[in-house]
Design a protein around this ligand. Structure first.
Ligand SMILES: *[C@@H]1O[C@H](CO)[C@@H](O)[C@H](O)[C@H]1NC(C)=O
Length: 410
């Protein structure tokens, strides 16, 4: 909420529209589907008092849903539920009848106390995890509150802290919907989509302080057909990060900030990596972020690639690096000094990108000598710095822009 007030009125109203949209979406989809089994976690024994550990009742609800002969609904009514690490598994071995399962979360799920050790003692890198599921929807407008502040403070004090847990991770799964969910105060990443197919994330709100470490909003990797729409992300790291093996990713109506922007990468840390292809972002607003649209690769030899990217209709508000390709990522100059990135970046289009840069160089293409960027196209890129035309720097990059372009590469 504190973060909300810091934002400009425009973004707030944009987010308000998102909330309205997600409300109407969730009511329509929940009334449209028919569930043969309805399981209420409170009836099973969960206590919505925010203090009593409800983990076993959530696991029991999953087991009950898995025995359903038709689609099942797990109902989490309003209230606060204390929940430790949970892993919901699909596949006939773990989920007998493998029905479609809808989690309707209207309440708030709370991670165990504001003590990061609780989640870490169990040595899980996740708080709530879904594995090998198909046809799972998480709806209802409820909240995941991982209570990460103690861990952030520990990390800020440079103590010997555990890494922390991802709030919601979906792995090896198919046909997933996450709608109207709120994720707040994550310890590490908020939502991770790994090795999935056909995932629809819409009307989601993610919020963590702008200085909370590694609290990426949504991370996608090794996945095909992920859609993220009408989603507002305020965080201390990337709003959306896109890892190797991402294909056919669609992002639309995204509000980002505070945060580090939307980033393809880091790529090329390993030698063999699947490429990233066919990524679209349409209609996004970046407010006070460190980056806007970024592609980032380690300065290390690797056989990965990025191709077929369209960034269209983005508004930058006081963004430090609105457009950036950085193929020389080598933090602390460790393990990669003087090496060239082997990631091949081609066919990246920037169309209708407007607004203000917080630094003089608003467009920065720093590509690899070994694999220069190819087919970079700028159209209607109009970025200003202190009410003047912003600058660009382009190294090892073949960039085309119309002659009359406001920002060009020459
Ligand atoms: C690119 O991805 C979109 C979804 O984001 C999909 O509709 C489209 O068919 C894909 N294009 C190709 C050539 O695969």
């Amino acid at each position: 909420m504190m973060m909300m007030m810091r934002n400009t009125r425009v973004v707030t109203s944009f987010l308000f529209l998102i909330i309205l949209a997600s409300k109407s979406l969730s009511s329509s989809s929940s009334s449209a589907s028919v569930h043969s089994t309805i399981i209420n976690v409170v009836k099973l024994g969960a206590k919505p008092d925010g203090r009593t550990d409800s983990t076993e009742f959530f696991n029991a609800a999953w087991a009950a849903a898995c025995s359903s002969r038709g689609p099942a609904l797990i109902d989490v009514p309003k209230g606060k539920y204390l929940l430790k690490n949970v892993e919901f598994r699909g596949g006939s071995q773990y989920c007998k009848n493998t029905p479609r399962i809808t989690f309707r979360i209207q309440g708030t799920l709370l991670a165990p106390s504001n003590n990061y050790n609780h989640l870490n003692n169990i040595k899980s890198e996740n708080w709530i995890s879904f594995k090998q599921v198909q046809g799972v929807s998480i709806i209802g407008g409820g909240t995941l509150d991982a209570r990460g502040s103690a861990l952030w403070a520990c990390k800020a004090a440079n103590k010997n802290c555990p890494q922390g847990a991802t709030s919601l991770r979906i792995t090896n799964s198919k046909d997933i919907v996450i709608e109207g969910l709120r994720s707040v105060n994550s310890q590490m990443f908020n939502i991770v989509i790994n090795r999935c197919e056909n995932v629809n994330i819409r009307g989601v709100m993610i919020s963590a302080p702008g200085d909370s470490p590694n609290t990426d909003g949504i991370h996608v990797q090794q996945s095909t057909g992920v859609t993220i729409s009408k989603t507002g992300i305020k965080t201390g790291d990337d709003c959306i990060s896109i890892g190797p093996g991402t294909k056919n990713l669609w992002m639309q109506y995204i509000a980002c900030g505070p945060g580090h922007g939307i980033s393809i990468g880091s790529l090329g840390k390993g030698m063999d990596e699947e490429g990233v292809q066919n990524v679209t972002l349409r209609r996004a607003v970046f407010t006070g972020t460190q980056n806007g649209l970024r592609i980032k690769a380690w300065g290390r030899p690797s056989n990965g690639f990025v191709k077929g990217v369209l960034f269209q209709h983005a508004i930058m508000k006081n963004v430090k690096n609105p457009i950036v390709i950085d193929q020389n990522y080598c933090p602390h100059n460790y393990n990669c000094p003087n090496q060239e990135s082997g990631i091949r970046i081609s066919d990246v289009r920037y169309e209708d990108i407007r607004g203000t840069s917080a630094t003089q160089v608003a467009v920065k293409f720093d590509c690899s000598k070994k694999k220069p960027c190819e087919g970079i196209r700028l159209k209607d890129v109009k970025l200003t710095y202190k009410a003047r035309r912003a600058q660009s720097t382009c190294v090892n990059a073949a960039v085309s822009a119309p002659v009359e372009a406001y920002v060009r590469c020459d």
